[in-house]
Design a protein around this ligand. Sequence first.
Ligand SMILES: CC(=O)N[C@H]1[C@@H](OP(=O)(O)OP(=O)(O)OC[C@H]2O[C@@H](n3ccc(=O)[nH]c3=O)[C@H](O)[C@@H]2O)O[C@H](CO)[C@@H](O)[C@@H]1O
Ligand SMILES: C=C(OP(=O)(O)O)C(=O)O
Length: 416
Amino acid sequence: MAKYIVYGGNKLEGEITLKGAKNSVLPVIAATILNEGESIIHNVPNISDVKVMIDILTHIGCYVKMEDGTLIINTKNVNSSEIPEKFVRKMRSSIVLLGAMVGRFGYTKISYPGGCEIGPRPIDLHLKSLSQMGVKVEEIHGFINCTRENLRACDIHLDFPSVGATENIMFAAVKAKGITKIYNAAKEPEIVDLANFLNAMGAKIKGAGSSCIEIIGVKKLYNVEYRIIPDRIVIGTYLVAGAITKGKIIINDVIPEHISSIVSKLKESGCEIEYIGNKVKLVAPKTIKSIEIIKTHPYPGFPTDMQAQMMALMTLGSGTCIVSENIFENRFKHCDELIRMGANINVNGKFAIIKGVERLMGTKVRSSDLRGGAALVLAGLAASGCTEVENIHHIDRGYEAMEKVLNSLGANVIRA
Ligand SMILES: CC(=O)N[C@H]1[C@@H](OP(=O)(O)OP(=O)(O)OC[C@H]2O[C@@H](n3ccc(=O)[nH]c3=O)[C@H](O)[C@@H]2O)O[C@H](CO)[C@@H](O)[C@@H]1O
Ligand SMILES: C=C(OP(=O)(O)O)C(=O)O
């Protein structure tokens, strides 16, 4: 298993350009199945989740080519509508293929995704919504069989604004007869990106980014060329890298609105942040102030996917910070590892109380999930001595060559 060896203590300085959002590109790749033709997608990150998605599409008979951040997919000759368990096990979010496969073929069999490192992740909202649209859902021996005669457009009220459920409904609704309305839809920028991609293919979707999305079903979709939006979570992670090392960094190609909840918290920690056109510049304070409270919420609230990285920063704060995790039940696994590095953290249910310490010390730690792993690397950048972060395959799911990006800013991180 690969690991990172992080030699802490270097101030990060410089300018970086990053790739597109993982949480946009994964459903966008799934969406290409709805069109029986070619899609060209730019700004695609070279991360392992994208590779798994490419493997799935190749497995079902698509032509896929990835070169220099551009993905060319032709889904004309798909010859299988089943997604084997080995893929779903590698990437839970392959569940978004459900709506796309049903939309195109009227049938799919997909392995049940189960829980993951950050807690149980049920898909009841996905299945309930597809059933409402006329899809017959059968759960047999860990597999989900979905069949439909006619997809029915209808009004769907989500109990929670689930990102994945909103995406699956959008996929099915694009090919359903009539108008589907999703109430209490997820408002994440990646939902808007997906809607823009589908509309560029000929779909008729209005309201994405608000809590009510309206989809008018269409018979046919067309070839498309599209650029994925910047990854607000990856950008946030590198902003924290600048802050935790008391550095000064500029990140190109950002959408300010998408990172505003992250920037607002970083400002509370004493960072100076300004936008210069589509760049964001961060200058870290001499002393990191503890943020009183960080509560995760669906967009436009503070993202759960930035909770662990922000916590790494707060371990070195000047006072006490309370983190309240409101999206996932078990997203505090990084805390024990940060404690091994000298952090003072107490977890109580969905709350973590972080009392800032003077310094962190490098040691051996293990990443158990994507963002928790990123948080350990961030802590290692600021720690004295050497931090070994094991199990970095989790980090590779969502960060393209993290060591190269950090080293280009002056860090000393080795992949071993
Ligand atoms: C690939 C992708 O885009 N992943 C993102 C997506 O995950 P994902 O789409 O899985 O997240 P959801 O918004 O669906 O889940 C949020 C919460 O709703 C619960 N839930 C969800 C569906 C369901 O049918 N039943 C149910 O109870 C989940 O257990 C969780 O507690 O949004 C999350 C929340 O912003 C992010 O952390 C993930 O990075
Ligand atoms: C939880 C995440 O992703 P996924 O839903 O793909 O597991 C994440 O990106 O932090």
